[in-house]
Design a protein around this ligand. Structure first.
Ligand SMILES: Nc1ncnc2c1ncn2[C@@H]1O[C@H](COP(=O)(O)OP(=O)(O)OP(=O)(O)O)[C@@H](O)[C@H]1O
Length: 378
């Protein structure tokens, strides 16, 4: 019996999981009258988020704290009911509310949490955690020897070798990196097609982060997994992800291949994010472009998010239209598939209103160079 389907026959790039207009609003009751209100207040945590996870590829979802990344992961893991939109597994809509359907779904889509210590039960050994995962998902085989083989295989997959050294250890006897490896092995016990990794290295020492990211990359290649990598560290997305998407205040603002998004960011928010996480390899030009924050440097309230582009109160290039109309995804034109939800990439709007023309915006701030590219491309 093999626990893990090494390099399954499905082609690399095949879409496994798709978010279509995914939306999550959390109701909040601040005052008694909200109970009786027709439009009770809610936190607009995720609005109209769409993307695809493909076999053999890592897709990064990047954004600052509170931008809605974890909520997206939990929606995709079917841990929250959604307010709107759909989740397609191999093109088929999913409606999972516990029970057998939920188990069938999580067999294919597994979530890895940020804190491996909290996600492993301290009173149980590695053997217990992995055996349970294998049994629940029907991968434990028929005999004790099958189970032992499957356990050994799981630990070998995550480079905890020899397996006998780790099987009977408790979580507190392992280092942070080893615990995260056990958490990953447990997820692999389901033999999934997609892994949702929510900040999988942010709780770990800097020195061991790379080892875990390399492990995930190895699994992506060997097991042909589709991986969602959630992070606030855009530099690690460049290193690790094939595709990068950027979220701001519950909405996706930019997407494309990781190299392009990180080296030639188009959306003013992505540029701000990169400015605040300096990368020595950044190509000339981007590093020189000044991105100032004209607002208070804080993300907006998600209970009453700003109309139009949610970044407009902070954007140094804001135009009047940005405060009214929600920008659609606009092609940048430098690389196929690179887009930004930003009116700067709509030549008509720019010609009419000119970047930075909103009161309080700073017209002296250099506009993104890719804008010129867009105009040429059209
Ligand atoms: N269960 C909940 N009830 C109410 N509001 C929530 C709930 N979960 C998240 N939120 C709110 O939704 C917004 C998005 O939160 P989320 O945790 O998804 O962001 P994030 O980008 O993952 O941030 P972090 O990196 O800090 O985890 C935040 O404003 C948060 O306060």
């Amino acid at each position: 019996m093999t626990t893990l389907s090494e390099g399954t026959a499905a082609p690399v790039g095949e879409v496994v999981l798709e978010a279509v207009g995914l939306t999550k609003h959390f109701p909040v009751r601040r005052k008694l009258r909200d109970l009786f209100s027709r439009n009770p207040a809610s936190v607009h945590a995720v609005d109209d988020v769409s993307f695809e996870l493909r076999r053999g590829q890592v897709t990064a979802l990047v954004g600052e704290s509170g931008s809605g990344k974890s909520t997206v992961a939990r929606l995709l893991a079917q841990l929250y009911p959604r307010t709107g939109g759909d989740i397609l597994l191999h093109g088929r809509p999913t409606k999972v509310r516990g029970g057998r359907r939920f188990r069938a779904y999580v067999r294919r889509v597994q979530l890895i949490f940020q804190d491996p210590f909290a996600s492993l039960n301290p009173v149980h050994t590695v053997r217990y955690h992995l055996t349970r995962a294998l049994r629940i998902h029907g991968n434990a085989g028929k005999t004790a020897a099958d189970l032992e083989r499957a356990l050994g295989e799981l630990l070998t997959r995550v480079s905890l070798t020899p397996p006998e050294r780790y099987l009977d250890k408790f979580p507190h006897e392992l280092s942070g990196g080893q615990r995260q490896r056990v958490a990953i092995a447990r997820a692999l016990g389901a033999d999934p097609e997609a892994l949702l990794a929510d900040e999988p290295v942010s709780m770990l020492d800097v020195s061991i982060r790379l080892g875990i990211l390399n492990l995930l990359r190895d699994l992506k290649e060997r097991l042909n997994l589709a991986i969602l990598y959630i992070t606030h560290d855009i530099a690690s997305a460049r290193y690790f992800a094939d595709e990068t998407m950027v979220m701001y205040a519950g909405r996706m603002v930019e997407g494309g291949d990781s190299e392009t998004v990180t080296q030639n960011p188009a959306h003013p928010y992505t540029r701000l994010l990169i400015e605040s996480a300096p990368d020595p390899d950044r190509i000339a030009g981007i590093a020189d472009a000044t991105v100032k924050d004209r607002g208070n440097g804080e993300p907006p309230s998600l209970i009453k998010p700003p109309a139009g582009c949610r970044f407009n109160p902070r954007c140094p290039h804001a135009m009047p239209r940005c405060t009214v109309d929600l920008p659609p995804r606009l092609e940048i034109g430098d690389r196929p598939g690179h887009w930004a939800a930003c009116w700067l990439y709509d030549p008509e709007t720019v010609a009419k209103e000119s970047p930075g023309s909103l009161a309080g915006a700073d017209p002296a701030v250099e506009t993104p160079p890719a804008l010129h590219l867009t105009e040429e491309a059209r």
